[in-house]
Design a protein around this ligand. Structure first.
Ligand code: SAH
Ligand code: SF4
Length: 385
């Protein structure tokens, strides 16, 4: 589903676009930089706050661009732990963003960093069998401004500086390629957020053509591939995307990414009991990692209410890692942080909307909420997400 906001969201606009628009408004060339400085250096929350701009221009900007601030619906966690933020967007959609403190050298960056896990879509169309985000299908893409707003809003709410971003929240970022790369540009630009490309990781379930597309663009962002199965037989069982882009095609695209970027790919492998945790899978995974020169992150599965999958016993996890290391692969098993890193996979959103379902059916059986006054106006079409 496409969501077209009535006005252009200001946080999805690039320097060039803003310059062109301001020129049309008869403004001098320096105005665009002034506006962007308000947005990203001074973190203004409205056009009205941009006090060194003429009042008439502030009104014109407000008429041309929207300035939506995602509404915080719920927050869990505290300063020293993983904090999850559930946001309501302008159209009522719910998304999750997760702030993870000091995540040691997870995706190649140094330790002691605050990592932000960002959503790229509302729901997800890819329907991996183990994932909460895909449970109720896909609602819509996020536009670039909604991706950037997650960063700005969490820094604002937490008072923390984020120095690392991972696109591992809800959605498949490479399926929302244009908005995702537009947001990347704004995140990386010196006139924007100014975050180094090497501090940004995109995770994909394996969209081979878009991996190639990403390889061809200049930003040195890091790539993490959600493998979760080292053979087609296993991937087919849990990840429908594998039928479209089987392993051979995916790994060829990864080869291309590696050859065009001076960095290593990360292979993510969630360990699910009885599905992909055999020693044979470990051996195959080791081969793949060696071929790509990739690192492997093994993450014990984080159970999702209503889904049958379990994490393997500690002994089995260790045996898997041992077998992997015997192949000579560079692998880590992220036990404690495992559930943190995957905390954004639609689980808080799922929990809150299930609570809402219960509330609406139990507390108000005979009094439906009038249209337009519901807390979650989109609850019906986003049922269960
Ligand atoms: N769509 C992208 C990015 C979002 S998911 C992708 O699939 O890569 C981010 C990571 O969390 C993926 O590796 C995904 O497979 C994993 N994940 C999803 N649900 C999980 C769960 N319940 N426990 C552990 N990891 C999970
Ligand atoms: Fe979508 Fe990624 Fe979840 Fe698969 S794992 S359903 S691609 S968010």
């Amino acid at each position: 589903m496409k969501f077209t906001p009535a006005k252009t969201p200001i946080h999805s606009v690039t320097l060039d676009e803003l310059q062109a628009r301001l020129r049309e408004m008869g403004q001098p060339a320096y105005r665009a930089k002034q506006v962007l400085e308000w947005l990203y250096a001074k973190r203004a929350g409205s056009f009205a706050a941009m006090t060194n701009l003429p009042a008439g221009l502030r009104d014109e900007l407000a008429a041309a661009f929207s300035f939506d601030v995602p509404e915080l619906i719920r927050k869990t966690g505290s300063e020293d732990t993983t904090q999850k933020f559930l946001f309501k967007l302008a159209d009522g959609s719910l998304i999750e963003t997760v702030l993870i403190p000091a995540s040691p050298a997870l995706y190649g960056e140094g330790s002691d960093r605050r990592t932000l896990c960002i959503s790229s879509q509302v729901g997800c169309a890819y329907g991996c069998k183990f994932c909460a985000s895909g449970l109720n299908g896909f609602s819509r893409h996020l536009h670039a401004g909604e991706i950037i707003d997650q960063f700005l809003r969490v820094e604002d709410l937490s008072g923390e500086r984020v120095n690392n971003v991972v696109f591992m929240g809800m959605g498949e970022p490479l399926a929302n390629y244009d908005n995702f790369t537009r947001a990347l540009g704004i995140m990386n630009a010196p006139w924007g957020i100014g975050l180094g490309a090497r501090h940004i990781t995109v995770s994909t379930s394996g969209l081979a053509p878009q991996i190639r597309q990403l390889a061809a663009q200049p930003l040195q962002i890091r790539l993490a591939v959600s493998l979760h199965g080292a053979t087609d037989a296993v991937r087919d069982q849990i990840m429908p995307v594998n039928r479209k882009y089987p392993l051979a095609e995916l790994l060829d695209a990864c080869d291309e990414y590696c050859s065009r970027k001076s960095q290593r790919i990360t292979l993510e492998f969630i360990l699910i009991e009885g599905i992909n945790d055999s020693l044979e899978q470990a051996a195959e995974l080791g081969k793949i990692a060696r071929r790509l020169g990739a690192k492997i992150n093994c993450i014990p599965y984080n159970p999702v209410e209503g889904l049958p999958w379990k994490r393997p016993s500690l002994r089995r996890q260790d045996a898997f890692l041992d077998a992997l290391e015997r192949t000579g692969a560079d692998a880590t098993l992220r036990r404690e942080k495992g559930s943190d890193i995957n905390a954004a996979c639609g689980q808080l959103r799922l929990q809150v909307s299930r609570e809402e379902e219960k509330k609406t059916s139990a507390d108000r059986p005979f009094a439906p909420i009038p249209y337009g006054t519901a807390v979650f106006p989109n609850r019906v079409w986003e049922r269960g997400c």
